[in-house]
Write a protein that binds this ligand. Structure first.
Ligand SMILES: *Cc1c(COP(=O)(O)O)cnc(C)c1O
Length: 379
C-alpha cells in the first residue's frame, strides 16, 4: 500500500465538500458574529428537523451536554445514576463531578449496550437517572429501558455521541432518531463523530419544552435574561464558525451513514465465516450508523492481531481497553475486578477496524486480506 491507511479520513471528507465548507466558513468569519451568530440559530433548526425533535440546544462539547442534561434534570449530590461499565469515560465523569453516584451496570456481549435485563435490579430509592450509551453507532433497547424508567419515575439520558443519525425501531415498526427516544439526548460534534465539526461542539435534544428551557439556561450561565442568574450554570457554547461547518455537513449526514454502512456490509460479508473473529451484531431494534466497526477476537489473540495488522500498515483501535469501574480515578466507588465480567472480557477482546465515509474499495480489500491472513495462516 502506497497510501497510509487511516482509521478516519477527515482530509478527503473535507476536500469532497471543500467549496461549500469554505464559503460557509468564510462568510461566518467575515460576518464577525462569533458567539451565537445566525449560523448557530440555523444549525439548531437543521438539527431539530433532521432529528424530528421539538427542541435542540447547542453547547461546547458532548461531555458538557451530558453534564448540562443532568444539571437540567435537577440531579442532586448523592443521587444515583445507572451507567454502563463499558463506555467512554465522559459518560461517567460528569456523574462523578456533579457529586452523583455512578451505579455501574454490565453490558450485553453482543450489542455492547447496557444490559437492560439487569436494569431493574440496579434501581434503588436514590436512583434518578439511567444513561444508555448508543455505543459504536447502534441504539440501546430503548423500549425496555423506558419501561423501567417509567415504572420507577426516573429520567433517561441517551448518550448519542456515537450514534447521530441512527434510528431506534419500535416493536410496532415506527422509527425515531437516537437521542429523541428517552427524556433527553446528548451528542458530540468532535471531528471523528458521525457529524463532526473542525473542533469541539455538542448538543442536547428533547421533546420536553420545560427541560429544553432549563438546559438552555444552564448552558448560558444559568440566565434566561442577561445578568439575571436564576440557577448556577456553566458557559458552554457552540462557536459560530463550528455551526457554519455543521450547517453544511448535516446535509450530508444521511449520505455519510450510507457510506459507513456500505463499508460495514463489505466487512460483514468478507469476515463473517472466519473463525476467531466475530463481526458486530445488529440489533433488530436499531439501525446502525457505524461510528466504529468493532469486532471481537477470540482466545486472547486480540493484541497479537492488532500487532499483526500494524506491521502490515493497517491501523486499528481498542475502544476501550479498561472498563470504567477499574479505572484508577473511579476506585473510590469500591468496585472490583469480576464485578462486571462482560465489560471486562470485552476490554480484552474488542478491536475496531478502519471505517469512514471516504473508504476506497482497494484499501478495504487490502485490510480484509490482512485480517484473513492472520486467521488463516499459521503463526
Ligand atoms: C465522544 C463521546 C463523548 C464526549 O464527547 P466530547 O465532545 O468529546 O466531549 C461522550 N460519550 C461518548 C460515548 C463519546 O463517544
Amino acid at each position: 500500500m502506497n497510501e497510509k491507511i487511516q482509521m478516519v479520513d477527515l482530509k478527503n471528507q473535507y476536500l469532497r465538500i471543500k467549496e461549500e465548507i469554505d464559503q460557509s466558513l468564510l462568510s461566518a468569519v467575515a460576518e464577525t458574529a462569533y458567539i451565537n451568530g445566525p449560523q448557530v440559530k440555523a444549525f439548531i433548526e437543521s438539527l431539530k428537523s433532521f432529528n424530528r425533535v421539538q427542541h435542540a440546544v447547542t453547547c461546547g462539547n458532548g461531555t458538557d451536554a451530558l453534564q448540562i442534561a443532568m444539571m437540567g434534570l435537577g440531579f442532586k449530590p448523592g443521587d444515583e445514576v445507572i451507567v454502563p461499565a463499558f463506555t467512554y469515560i465522559a459518560t461517567v465523569e460528569v456523574i462523578a463531578l456533579l457529586g452523583l453516584i455512578p451505579k455501574f451496570i454490565d453490558v450485553r456481549p453482543d450489542t455492547f449496550e447496557l444490559d437492560y435485563e439487569q436494569l431493574e435490579s440496579k434501581i434503588t430509592d436514590k436512583t434518578v437517572g439511567i444513561v444508555p450509551v448508543h455505543l459504536f453507532g447502534q441504539c440501546s433497547n430503548m423500549e425496555a429501558i423506558n419501561a423501567i424508567a417509567a415504572k420507577y419515575g426516573v429520567s433517561v439520558i441517551e448518550d448519542t455521541a456515537q450514534a447521530m443519525g441512527a434510528e431506534y425501531i419500535y416493536a410496532d415498526g415506527h422509527k425515531q432518531f437516537a437521542g429523541t427516544v428517552g427524556t433527553i439526548g446528548t451528542t458530540s460534534f468532535f471531528p471523528s463523530k458521525n457529524l463532526g465539526c473542525f473542533g469541539d461542539g455538542g448538543a442536547l435534544l428533547t421533546n420536553d419544552e420545560t427541560l429544553a428551557q432549563r438546559v438552555h439556561m444552564i448552558a448560558n450561565h444559568g440566565q434566561r435574561q442577561k445578568y439575571h442568574h436564576e440557577s448556577i450554570g456553566v458557559n458552554s457554547r457552540l462557536d459560530t464558525v463550528q455551526a457554519a461547518i455543521l450547517n453544511v455537513k448535516i446535509n450530508h449526514l444521511h449520505e455519510y451513514a450510507r457510506a459507513r454502512q456500505a463499508v460495514a456490509a463489505k466487512y460483514d460479508s468478507s469476515l463473517d465465516d472466519i473463525k476467531g473473529i466475530s463481526i458486530p451484531v445488529r440489533a433488530n431494534y436499531s439501525t446502525h450508523v457505524f461510528n466504529q466497526y468493532t469486532c471481537k477476537i477470540a482466545n486472547n489473540r486480540r493484541d497479537a492481531f492488532k500487532a499483526f495488522l500494524q506491521e502490515r500498515g493497517v491501523p486499528s483501535m481498542v475502544y476501550y481497553p479498561i472498563p470504567v469501574h477499574l479505572q484508577q480515578a473511579y476506585g473510590q466507588y469500591g468496585y472490583n475486578e469480576g464485578d462486571f465480567p462482560v465489560s471486562e472480557q470485552l476490554c480484552r477482546d474488542v478491536i475496531s477496524l478502519p471505517i469512514h465515509t471516504e473508504m476506497k474499495e482497494e484499501i478495504q480489500d487490502y485490510i480484509i486480506e490482512q485480517v484473513k491472513a492472520f486467521f488463516t495462516d499459521e503463526h
